[in-house]
Design a protein around this ligand. Sequence first.
Ligand SMILES: NC(=O)c1ccc[n+]([C@@H]2O[C@H](COP(=O)([O-])OP(=O)(O)OC[C@H]3O[C@@H](n4cnc5c(N)ncnc54)[C@H](O)[C@@H]3O)[C@@H](O)[C@H]2O)c1
Length: 356
Amino acid sequence: MTRIQPAATNFPMSEPAITPTFAVISGAQVQHVLRGRENQVVEVIDDAYRLHCFGGSVNPLPCFLRLPDRPSSRISALPASISGQMRVDGLKWISSFPGNVAADIPRASAVLILNNHDTGYPFACMEGSIISATRTAALAALAAEWLGCARLRPTRIGFFGAGLIARYIHTYLIGTGWSFDETGVYDLSADSVAGFRGYLERSGAAGRITGHDSAEQLIRASDLVVFATVATTPHISDLSWFEHNPLVLHMSLRDLAPEVVLASVNIVDDVEHCLTANTSMSLAERVAGNREFLCGTLDDVMDGRVALPMDRPLVFSPFGLGVLDLALGKYVYDEVARNGELRLVDDFFHELRRYG
Ligand SMILES: NC(=O)c1ccc[n+]([C@@H]2O[C@H](COP(=O)([O-])OP(=O)(O)OC[C@H]3O[C@@H](n4cnc5c(N)ncnc54)[C@H](O)[C@@H]3O)[C@@H](O)[C@H]2O)c1
């Protein structure tokens, strides 16, 4: 019979070769890193998005936890992995509870988990809603820059839905060099209009601010329209409102009826993602029976693979990719670590010898 003899240098009893650490990064730390860095953040998002389009990521479709007892709410899991210099895996776990706004807290809340590329160990849990809103706004600014070049540069912006995402997008547009002669606002909630107007005034951005009484007025008065509502089914179907062929950032994804989508030049961030989850794009695909109404991706535009016709509205619909949260989360983690401000949780991983 072979007996296992205790070895002189007993490997299982020795210290682990690596001791995984675990940090918690607060929203205050995230915001401290990101504040005022709009141009750098757009670069991070640009790099991560291009890497994704080049095949340098794993970014499956999100998994939605729907809640039958709270049908307007959901919690979504967005796992992703990114290669290249970042080399990190992770998960965004984000709640959308539109009813929160009535209680005066934001609709979305989130955590972002970062996992080590080599061991799989999670090494950070970060406040994720600021990262999520920031990556959304940075991609919107990147898209506006590329798509805005295709037409006369817009000078009249209109926000259709004036919540937190609208605020971040405005901050990112202004922070990356845009200025507007007119900023229009339309929202079903008078409180949202007042809150957004207050933000605009405090931001010191130039130009006139106009609250619009109707959706039609806002769209007709804007050559850059930002949809950031929480509508779950299309509510905009009148093509004549778009006869001036505006650039539309369709961030909330479900506002435009199929007939508007089918009459527009459509650019998306990722085709497979955008054609899921009852987005206006997926409804248009059902109506058309094909995907020919899609002109291409933002990456196609950036690489000059598609031409953008001028004679129709130009609609950008970004589904929002977990890989962008991951890239921005890693950027924040690295900055916090570089500043020596990581708050490690002692003994978080506490079973590090396989045999005790
Ligand atoms: N595409 C992406 O990558 C991405 C990322 C993050 C958020 N989003 C989307 O952005 C949207 C806005 O998020 P938020 O956090 O700013 O929400 P929010 O609740 O803070 O603001 C939404 C606003 O839209 C208004 N609204 C709702 N329905 C409307 C309608 N039919 N017409 C006019 N106004 C209407 C509400 O009154 C509210 O003021 C959500 O749909 C969210 O899913 C998209």
